[in-house]
Design a protein around this ligand. Structure first.
Ligand code: ADP
Ligand code: MG
Length: 395
C-alpha cells in the first residue's frame, strides 16, 4: 500500500475518505473519537498545501436526504480540532459540493454532506455505484483512503473511487492494519480474546477463525446468554439468539477439542426490566430466574475475567460486558477494561461501542496499546476476509 508521503499533493484537490460516524444526541456529538483519529491525515495533507475534500457517512439514512444525519455538526467539530474552519457542502456531489471545492485554497479543508444521502454510495448495482463514484472522483485529482471503520464495505467512496484516481492509504488505515497484522501473524502468548456486546450473529465468523489462534476465549455481554443456553441453562428474558444455538454448541465443542480455554460468566446482574434504574440482583449464571434479564456480569465473574487477563501477553477485546450505557450495569465493562490496562499485555480494543465505553468510563486511552476506530472492519480482518477498501488501495 502506497502512503500519503508518496503523493505530490501541493495545490492539488485530494479527496479523503474518512470515518466520521460519531454518536449524536440531537446535534451534539457525544464521542468525537473518530473525528480526532481522522485529524492527523487531514492536517498532514493540508500542511503540505493540498486542497483537502473530506467525505464520510453518518448513520443509516439509506440513500435519502435526512437532516438528522447531516454532517454539519461534524464539520464544526473538525474545524475546532484542526484549528481552522472547515467549509461545509450541503450536498455530496451537487452544486454546493462543486462550489465548495472550487473555493478551496491551498491548505484548506472542506467536508461534503453525508455520502449515504446518495443512493449510489451503498448500491449493490455496480453501474449505479460506479456512476456515483464517477461524480465523486470528478471533484478531485487524488484519493486517500483513511476511513478504517468503513474499509469492509464495498461502497462507492471506499471501493470504486480509488479505482478512478491515483491513491494512497492514510495514516490511520496504515496504523490500524499494522496492529491487526500483529494479532493475526504471530501474537505473543498467551493470546486472549474477550468478546461481548449484543450481536452474536455478527461475531460468529470471527469466533470460528479465532478458535484456531487463541489460547483463551472470554465471552461476556449479551452474547454470553446464547452460550449459557447452549450449555443447557435457562437465561430468562436475557438477550438470546435462538437461531445461533446450534453453531454456538459447535464452538463449545471445537474449543474443547482444540484446547482453547472458554471462559463464561459465573454470575449475572439480573434485572426486572431493561432500564437504567431497574431493580436487580446478583444470581448464579446457571440459575437466572425466568422473569429476569441479565444486563451485566456479576462480581465473581469480574474477578474471574480479570484473573484470566492478568497473565495475557496479547489481548483483543470487542464488545461491552453489559449495558454500559446504564451506570448501574457498567461495572463489568469497567472491570474488564481495567484488567486490560493492568495486564501489561499488547492490548487492542476494537468496536465502536467498546471504544466509546472506554472513553465514557473515563479510562486512560493511553492505557491501551491500540483503540481501533473500526468494529466490523477489525473483526472482518481477524476473520481473514479480504476487505474491499484495503484491496482497492493495494492495486
Ligand atoms: P461493538 O460496537 O463494540 O462491536 P456491539 O455493537 O456488538 O459492540 O454491542 C454493544 C452493545 O451491546 C451496547 O449497546 C450494550 O448495551 C449491549 N449489551 C452488552 N451487554 C448486553 C446485555 N447483557 N444485554 C443487552 N445488551 C447488551
Ligand atoms: Mg456497536
Amino acid at each position: 500500500m502506497q502512503t500519503i508521503e508518496a503523493l505530490d499533493v501541493k495545490g492539488r484537490r485530494v479527496l479523503v475518505r474518512a470515518d466520521l460516524n460519531v454518536p449524536l444526541d440531537g446535534d451534539v456529538i457525544t464521542d468525537d473519537g473518530r473525528i480526532r483519529a481522522s485529524v492527523p491525515t487531514i492536517s498532514a495533507l493540508a500542511s503540505r498545501g493540498a486542497r483537502v475534500i473530506v467525505c464520510a457517512h453518518l448513520g443509516r439514512p439509506k440513500g435519502k436526504v435526512a437532516p438528522q444525519f447531516s454532517l454539519a455538526p461534524v464539520a464544526a467539530r473538525l474545524g475546532e480540532l484542526l484549528g481552522h474552519p472547515v467549509a461545509f457542502a450541503s450536498d455530496v456531489v451537487g452544486d454546493s459540493a462543486r462550489a465548495t471545492v472550487e473555493g478551496l485554497g491551498d491548505g484548506e479543508v472542506a467536508l461534503l454532506e453525508n455520502l449515504r444521502f446518495e443512493p449510489g454510495e451503498e448500491s449493490k448495482d455496480d453501474a449505479l455505484r460506479g456512476a456515483f463514484a464517477d461524480e465523486l472522483a470528478a471533484l478531485a485529482e487524488l484519493y486517500v483512503g483513511d476511513g478504517f471503520g468503513a474499509v469492509h464495505r464495498k461502497h462507492a467512496s471506499v471501493y470504486d473511487v480509488p479505482k478512478r484516481l491515483p491513491h494512497a492509504a492514510g495514516g490511520l488505515v496504515v496504523a490500524e492494519v499494522e496492529v491487526l497484522k500483529k494479532l493475526t501473524e504471530d501474537p505473543a502468548r498467551p493470546y486472549v480474546v474477550v468478546l461481548g456486546g449484543a450481536k452474536v450473529s455478527d461475531k460468529l465468523g470471527v469466533i470460528a477463525n479465532l478458535l484456531g489462534k487463541v489460547d483463551r476465549l472470554i465471552v461476556g455481554g449479551g452474547m454470553a446468554y446464547t452460550f449459557l443456553k447452549a450449555q443447557g441453562h435457562e437465561v430468562g428474558k436475557s438477550l438470546l439468539q435462538e437461531d445461533q444455538l446450534e453453531q454456538v454448541s459447535g464452538f463449545i465443542a471445537e474449543a474443547d477439542k482444540r484446547g482453547v480455554e472458554l471462559v463464561l460468566p459465573v454470575d449475572i446482574l439480573a434485572a426486572t426490566t431493561f432500564a437504567e434504574d431497574a431493580p436487580h440482583d446478583v444470581v448464579e449464571a446457571t440459575a437466572i430466574p425466568a422473569d429476569r434479564e441479565g444486563l451485566d456480569i456479576g462480581p465473581k465473574t469480574r474477578e474471574l475475567f480479570a484473573s484470566k487477563l492478568a497473565d495475557a501477553a496479547t489481548v483483543f477485546w470487542n464488545g461491552p460486558m453489559g449495558v454500559f450505557e446504564f451506570e448501574a450495569f457498567s461495572g463489568g465493562t469497567r472491570a474488564v477494561a481495567e484488567a486490560l490496562v493492568a495486564s501489561g499485555a499488547f492490548t487492542v480494543v476494537g468496536g465502536g461501542d467498546s471504544a466509546a465505553a472506554v472513553r465514557k468510563l473515563g479510562l486512560p486511552e493511553d492505557g491501551f496499546s491500540h483503540i481501533s476506530t473500526g468494529g466490523g472492519a477489525s473483526l472482518e480482518y481477524l476473520e481473514g476476509k479480504t476487505l474491499p477498501g484495503l484491496a482497492a488501495l493495494e492495486d
